[in-house]
Design a protein around this ligand. Structure first.
Ligand code: SME
Length: 151
């Protein structure tokens, strides 16, 4: 069964405009998760990860595929749940307050088209609960890509 957050995300994904829908999705996650300092999207564009709708301080606009937690998420097409970002070689500190991070790929037709990225100001912030919730969100966003022809 989907959590309330996942149900709310699905409701926002009925909007056909990508920026409008995902702006509300980022706001919804920000309001639901306590103790986070950044949440947003990166999209695969121009052979890079490019900043999408987000909540938090201004962030890096472009991340090469070979850099950072986001780059690893893209290359491995796998969730990166980092308990202590200071122990992750090459972590990109957009906000120096960030201590832990959860990055989840959005996979459409086997290709990573973007990511959900969340930062927290304390170590070990993210558990299997958030990981599973964001995996469900990424799946629902992938369905919206197909339904609304975002690719
Ligand atoms: N920390 C990320 C960069 C994106 S920001 O956290 C918003 C990384 O290492 O790729």
């Amino acid at each position: 069964m989907k959590t309330l957050l996942n149900e709310q995300i699905c409701a926002f994904l009925e909007e056909s405009d990508q920026i409008a829908a995902l702006s509300n999705v980022s706001a919804c996650i920000q309001l639901t998760y306590e103790n986070i300092n950044w949440v947003g999207f990166y999209f695969v564009k121009d052979d890079q990860l490019v900043l999408g709708p987000f909540q938090g301080k201004p962030a890096c606009t472009r991340i090469p595929f070979d850099k950072g937690v986001c780059g690893k998420c893209y290359r491995d097409k796998s969730v990166q749940r980092i308990d202590d970002v200071s122990a992750f070689p090459g972590h990109i500190a957009c906000d120096c307050a960030s201590r832990s991070e959860l990055c989840v790929p959005i996979i459409v037709n086997g290709e990573c088209v973007g990511e959900i990225d969340i930062d927290a100001p304390t170590t070990n912030r993210f558990s299997e609960k958030e990981e599973n919730e964001m995996l469900q969100a990424a799946y629902d966003i992938a369905q919206a890509y197909l339904q609304h022809h975002w690719i």
